[in-house]
Design a protein around this ligand. Structure first.
Ligand code: 1YM
Length: 818
């Protein structure tokens, strides 16, 4: 290791001053132990680099000098972050003899103490001012551009070392323009993962824009043309409205509190909905604190006290024989608690819990006073909330009685285990697994096929209750859920759940690979997430992966997990031992397979739109039309484009047996036009619209990209020669890929399993339950607020957010489902 660091220092081949050597040693330390600075070198660390740079721009915004931040992901996974702040200082540092900007990017622990007064730099979080140097050390290259004082400056670095001193590159046309632009490419030698995930970054920036009201953050992905702009004048109030979009609020506007005392700022927004879950999300200096901490406990104490006092003073608890607990009051509450403070202290194993003890009292007293005032001024809201808490308390009481009853009954009748269940012999939970299986027939196969020593099976019949729409008491009266709870052994609910009583350390959900199966899986996951979150956190929950196909040729039997894998398998089979050429040029088989795979994926994706669009038309739009959201705005150009399209469609009318008509109409909401399309076939009449929403969507961009990847091959002639056989020629990629798939099927028997029940016990064991062959997916929750969203959107009552979610996630959902 020593040698290595020596080497990479001397590689640069320049003479160094003592100061610069200490800089290099600092950067080497970061490269040797990246984990210490950015957590890890996989997905999380990779994305963390962007947050570090963006944090510097956010700090500039918090200081009041920057209003807009732009982030661009480039095709090579380098990232540019631009802000319109003052620009990082470019003046020489008197002692270090390099510009302040270079210092910020090369020196650890240089954070912010540049100006003599030592400005309290860094409020937005992260690495206390060394973020830029850390990112630089972990980047293959960095380019820094600064606009300041009427000039543009620039400096570039390679693996943390500057290639030349900061230099002025031009004078600005607009002399008053200022800002900083940083482009960096994370070093492939350091990171195991190299691709940025658009949604991960976009979600973080949405959150940051909510937390810093007025700040505009935009993100653009040049790999897919996805883009978003986040800008919320309403800040936390808009955040809560966003989080509650799939829920039904029980009072109109979110409550908002913003108070400060000395160096401490407290900002809270909250709103109750008719749901039964609680979403409390805390931030300290805009850093998320999933572990909770003193800001949350201060908030909870204040809320309980104020509501209890209000209820008593206004005689709202008449005739109620149980106390209202904090949990009763927070049922259905969505709240964001954001604090800003001078010196952050984090606690807990993952350092995600706010530890500053002084914060508890400050939040408690500031929030207490404001809420008291709020409820006095808004008695109707206060009464609604208290009524809801009283209901929650009553439900809690009913559930307690129900639980007592089952406990007594089950102890007497069945020794604590549901009758339909088959338990395993082993008693050590760490070695035990339980398969939760859909339906009695699959349950039967699983019971016969399992390893009786360690595997238990619980069949659940039909759809279990959607707990998103049912309160605790109703949930416990549901038979399937009661069986499930009994089987786990932990009990359920606050004060009753005890993870040490868990009887199985692997809980495996095994449902059919179809729409119903995926719905049942979601219902079970909803139950687990809402009632047993600890089981997910501890990594006890898994999803089984039963195969969808069996391929049998002669004696050879192969189980294949989904349609995509089947196609890949067929392609590999068919291409083996052949020589393939395209347009007269021989290509290697790997490349041939990749072309076919891409082309098949493109077609599969196109076809998956069949339910809500016309595949033939969509193909034409993707492959050769100029339709775009830009074009929609221009009615004349749009008409011309549609005429061309009509001409083409008329020309194939007989062949396709379809009749298309287009109507342009105004899309007032978006200030553009949209096209109403009707397709008549002999069988039915389909109507749908083509809007800017669709043309700007990620799916549309995905399709375009897919097609771009195969375009140059579509019209080429393909030739394939198999040993000794005659050559076969094809006029297009479409014909060629059809042949390859058919050829891969030759002489084989392919069975598609419609459900688990179709597999016999041995097959189920071999493919899905045998620990030596099976693949299990472990269920993880990375972000609880995000997870709450997914469940409330998917399982709640609001139709529109669900429709939007399914549409936005259509491709992902399909990928998950197949
Ligand atoms: C795209 C990343 O880093 N912007 C940025 C950074 C700084 C300033 C302005 C800045 C800060 C101060 C004074 C100050 C930084 N400056 C320093 C240091 N965008 C991005 N924009 N003038 C400009 O804190 O007093 C560190 S970061 F230390 F040099 F002042």
């Amino acid at each position: 290791m020593e040698n290595q660091s020596q080497q990479s220092i001397s590689k640069v081949g320049e003479k160094y001053t003592a100061d610069q050597i200490s800089v290099l040693e600092g950067l080497e330390a970061v490269r040797k132990r990246p984990g210490m600075y950015i957590g890890d070198t996989s997905t999380r660390g990779l994305h963390h680099c962007v947050y570090e740079i963006v944090d510097n721009a956010v700090d500039e915004a918090l200081a009041g000098y920057c209003s807009e931040i732009k982030v661009i992901i480039h095709v090579d996974n380098s990232v540019t972050v631009v802000d319109n702040g003052r620009g990082i200082p470019v003046d020489m540092h008197p002692k270090e003899k390099i510009s302040a900007a270079e210092l910020v990017y090369t020196k650890l622990h240089a954070g912010g103490k540049f100006n003599e007064e030592g400005s309290a730099y860094k409020v937005s979080g992260g690495l206390h001012g060394v973020g830029a140097a850390v990112v630089n050390a972990l980047s293959k290259w960095v380019k820094l551009e600064i606009k300041k004082g009427g000039n543009k400056y620039q400096v570039e670095f390679e693996r943390g070392v500057s290639k030349y001193p900061l230099k002025q590159v031009s004078e600005l046309e607009n002399k008053s323009e200022t800002g900083t632009a940083v482009t960096f490419k994370p070093d492939n030698e350091i990171f195991e993962v190299h691709e940025y995930n658009y949604d991960t970054l976009a979600n973080r920036f949405r959150e940051m824009a909510f937390l810093n009201k007025g700040l505009k953050i935009s993100i653009k992905d040049e790999r897919s043309e996805k883009k978003d702009t986040f800008h919320f004048e309403g800040g936390l109030v808009e955040f809560v409205t966003y989080l509650n979009r799939a829920k039904t609020p029980v009072h109109k506007d979110p409550i908002y509190v913003s108070e400060s005392r000395e160096d401490y700022e407290v900002e809270i927004s909250m709103q109750w909905t008719d749901s039964y879950s609680e979403v409390l999300s805390g931030y300290a200096n805009a850093i998320s604190t999933p572990g909770g901490g003193t800001h949350l406990s201060g908030f909870k104490t204040a809320l309980t006290r104020v509501l209890n006092n209000y209820a008593k003073e206004n005689n709202l608890l008449k005739g109620i024989n149980t106390n209202l607990t904090g949990d009763d009051m927070r049922e259905g509450l969505t709240a964001i608690i954001s604090v800003k403070l001078p010196e952050l202290q984090f606690e807990g194993q993952t350092k995600d819990k706010l530890g500053n003890s002084e914060v508890e009292g400050i939040v408690n007293s500031l929030v207490g006073e404001s809420l008291k005032k709020y409820f006095e001024e808004n008695p109707n809201t206060a009464k609604t909330i208290i009524r809801k808490s009283v209901d929650a308390a009553a439900a809690r009481e009913a559930a307690r009685r129900a639980r007592e009853l089952t406990r007594r009954k089950s102890a007497l009748e069945i020794g604590g285990l549901p009758g339909k269940m088959a338990d395993c012999q082993e008693k050590d939970p760490a070695l035990c697994e339980i398969y939760i299986v859909e339906g009695d027939s699959a349950g039967g196969s699983a019971k016969q096929g399992r390893d009786r020593k360690t595997q238990a099976v619980l069949p659940l019949k039909g759809k279990i209750l959607n707990v998103e729409k049912a309160r605790y008491d109703k949930m416990l009266s549901n038979n399937e859920i009661r069986m499930f709870v009994q089987a786990l052994g932990t009990g359920v609910g606050k004060g009753n759940f005890d993870i040490s009583k868990l009887r199985y350390h692997k809980i495996v959900i095994m449902t059919d690979a179809d729409v119903d199966g995926s719905h049942i899986r979601t219902l079970i996951l909803t139950l687990l997430y809402r009632q047993f979150p600890e089981l997910i956190e501890q990594g006890y929950i898994y999803i089984a992966q039963p195969p969808l196909y069996k391929y049998k040729k002669g004696r050879k039997e192969t189980y294949i997990k989904d349609e995509k894998s089947l196609e890949e398998f067929l392609v590999v089979n068919s291409v083996e031992d052949t020589v393939i050429s395209v347009g007269g040029e021989v290509i290697d088989n790997e490349q041939a397979m990749s072309i076919i795979k891409k082309y098949r994926s493109y077609n599969r994706t196109l076809e998956s739109y069949d339910t809500h669009f016309d595949t033939l038309l969509l193909r034409k739009i993707i492959e050769d039309s100029n339709l775009s959201s830009e074009l929609l705005k221009d009615k004349a150009k749009l008409s011309t484009e549609l005429e061309t399209l009509t001409k083409y469609l008329k020309s194939i009318e007989n062949e396709s047996l379809r009749n298309y008509s287009f109507d342009i109409e105004e899309d007032k909401e978006n200030g553009t036009n949209q096209v109403r399309i009707s397709v008549k076939t002999t069988a039915r009449n389909k109507k749908f619209k083509l809007s800017s929403y669709f043309l700007d969507s990620a799916e549309f961009a995905d399709l375009k990209n897919f097609y771009d990847g195969v375009k140059k091959f579509t019209g080429k002639k393909f030739k394939i020669v198999r040993e000794k056989n005659e050559a076969r020629e094809f006029d297009s990629l479409s014909d060629f890929s059809d042949f390859i798939i058919q050829d891969g099927k030759q002489g084989a028997y392919i069975q598609r399993y419609k459900g688990l029940g179709e597999m016999n016990p041995e097959q189920l064991w071999e493919t899905t339950m045998n620990p030596e062959n099976r693949t299990l997916l472990q269920v993880k929750i990375e972000d609880t607020v995000e997870a709450d969203q997914v469940f409330s959107v998917l399982m709640g009552d609001q139709v529109e957010p669900r429709r939007q979610f399914v549409e936005e996630n259509a491709l992902n959902a399909r990928n998950l489902d197949v």
